[in-house]
Design a protein around this ligand. Structure first.
Ligand SMILES: Nc1ncnc2c1ncn2[C@@H]1O[C@H](COP(=O)(O)OP(=O)(O)OP(=O)(O)O)[C@@H](O)[C@H]1O
Length: 241
């Protein structure tokens, strides 16, 4: 599903912000991406949602080397990836319902089906009373939940979320995690970038940790231990999707 081999990342002519990155994410896996502020979590996600190419090394998504993709291949690949951006990127002139409906409209679903799915999901994330509201009239936490609903509505193969619980309290944070887990049970590969150690420690998902400008995969913290165990070899089996 996702394969990194000896990848380095930099912006323009600057130094490498990440290097020697090798890991793979098996289809259907669930990982937290953790690391200090500025460590490179958002940058790593950018490679996975095709907003950046590596300075060197191989990034392979769904069996395709992202450095050699043709422009016309991008839309189809991007449709398989749901992204929750740190700054939400909601469409300001569309209502909550229309923001979430957009991916389904692009996919050509019937309007009655779209309404049913979108209304149900917005109810689930606690926005049932805000279907017709514009994003600017919603609180930060409500906008975040709207961004999550938009990212998951079309059941992407790969869901990438950048600090998706950054603007909500712990109760809603855990509820959103359950939503990601439900999606994961239906087959979506999930990567959640977060600073929230409390949230991470409540779940037993594997971790990709950014430290010293590189990424290592760890198994979840075992009970009765203060240290997570390094994973053996990689973060999953090599991509077969
Ligand atoms: N567009 C850019 N141009 C130049 N440098 C950048 C750019 N975006 C990020 N960086 C640099 O890359 C490094 C990693 O940034 P990144 O946003 O990926 O970290 P992060 O772990 O997601 O941080 P945070 O948790 O604070 O969001 C930082 O040193 C940052 O200054």
């Amino acid at each position: 599903m996702v394969l990194f081999e000896d990848v380095a990342v930099r912006y323009g002519a600057g130094p490498n912000i990440l290097q020697n990155i090798s890991f793979s994410l098996a289809p259907g896996s669930f990982h937290f991406l953790v690391g200090a502020s500025g460590a490179g979590k958002s940058s790593l996600l950018k490679l996975m949602y095709l907003a950046m190419t590596p300075a060197s090394g191989l990034v392979d998504l769904f069996g395709r080397n992202i450095a050699t993709l043709r422009r016309q291949d991008l839309p189809a690949l991007r449709r398989r990836i749901g992204v929750v951006f740190q700054d939400f990127r909601l469409i300001g002139h569309l209502s909550a319902l229309d923001n979430v409906a957009l991916p389904l409209r692009i996919a050509g679903l019937r309007e009655s089906e779209i309404r049913k799915h979108v209304t149900e999901l917005l109810g689930w994330v606690g926005l049932a009373d805000h279907l017709n509201d514009l994003p600017a009239t919603l609180s930060g936490g409500q906008q975040q939940r709207l961004a999550i609903a938009r990212a998951v509505i079309s059941r992407p193969s790969l869901l990438l979320a950048d600090e998706p619980t950054g603007n909500v309290d712990d109760v809603i944070g855990v509820r959103l995690m359950y939503l990601f887990e439900e999606l994961n049970k239906m087959g979506t590969t999930v990567v959640i970038a977060t600073h929230n150690d409390r949230l991470v420690s409540r779940f037993t998902h594997r971790q990709l940790r950014i430290e010293n400008n590189t990424v290592r995969a760890f198994d979840p913290m075992p009970p009765n231990s203060s240290q997570a165990r390094p994973a053996i070899a990689t973060a999953g089996n090599p991509a077969n999707d």
